[in-house]
Design a protein around this ligand. Sequence first.
Ligand code: HAM
Length: 434
Amino acid sequence: MIMKHNNTLIQAIRGMNDVLPADIQFWQHIESLWRQICRQYHYEEIRTPIVEHTQLFSRTVGEQTDIVTKEMYTFEDRNGDSLSLRPEGTAGCVRACIEHGLTYHNIQRLWYLGAMFRHERPQKGRYRQFYQIGVETYGLHSPAAEIELILLNARFLKALGLEDLQLEINTIGSAESRQRYQKVLTQYLNQHQHRLDADSKRRLKRGHPLRILDSKNIELAELIKHAPVLSDYLSEDSSRHFDTVCQLLKDASIPYKINPHLVRGLDYYNDTVFEWKTQSLGAQGTVSAGGRYDDLVSMLGGQPTAAVGFALGLERLVLMLKNKSIDIPSVDLFLMPAETKWISNILLLAEKLRDALPYLSIHTHLSDGKLKRQFKHADKSNARFALIIGQAEQNSHTISIKNLRETVPQQTLTMPALIEFLHTQFKRKTDHEN
Ligand code: HAM
């Protein structure tokens, strides 16, 4: 419903979406699997504010990046301080770690989930308020850190049933190697100025030729294909690091593709960068992205600390799950009265079942309606069983139970027998959830 306020219609802000009950099951499914997997890997949750000092993002994400120059929601608060809605989660996480001494001589494995804000042009898979789940590890220099994150990511995607994503990786080396490479690349691009689009010309002029490699403009594909590659300018350390990353991926049987043009749109990375991509979401096909950022903690005033992380876009995961029409369990039992006069019996039966089987999700149909219509509601709810109380059940102190997924005869059970039956039916679910 749209509200009228002083005769103007008040709607949600463009690119900022409501998540309605019909969709929430996808979100909750993703979030609960995520929590389960982070627990398996012993990563701990951190929650940082949605608003931070603007400087935090301009200094970390980068003064010249699209995010900082064009996309941040920046405003002055009542004290005249420049604040911004967070466009991503890494900067706030690093700030919090330094401020609370979490990374001081300590290894940290952290995760977060929350809303991020970027004033981009909204389209399918790209929004102005969107949700990221992310992980950041601190204090781990070994390439094994990248691999642990990639394995966690792969396990999560597999648990969601999303296995058709491709992992692309690259190394962007150290700041010094990039400087050397940048000179050569600038020369090459200057020689082909006439073939560049306006955006690329602007990037070249501002001294950011690497970003041109990431351009989505297909007319630039040929030019980019023949550009010098960064791997020829890497230091020995960076090359060795990347070779080990690739070898460990092979050892862990994770398929990957090296994409020498993968550079990422944020400034803080060094060495390994990676993205998981799908063909099924059109232009917004990057579902998960991250890399190593060993200089960021010290850049913000902390002790030098190795760091790797990545973030997944929740909306993109939801879109993929919906495309696949994956069946997500929401309600287990649908309780209904055979006639209106048994409504209160249904209410009380539900309470007894909630006491006995607290892990079940139980829906009560507490309004009038013919049994046939109620069965339609039950089917639509996707519940596994319908439970019915009517005169016959009342007389015999029993409850009728009908399997809504399989064609097996309806049963009539006493309360203890019903609890026993439901316990065995749903046992597998609880084993899995614990
Ligand atoms: P990012 O590539 O900017 O990286 O974003 C990560 C993911 O967030 C993207 O792959 C995408 O799924 C989702 N995403 C980004 N922008 C939008 C948008 N406008 N609408 C919907 N989804 C979006 C980062 O943010 C880094 N902080 C990742 C990282 C963590 N690197 C190290 N640690």
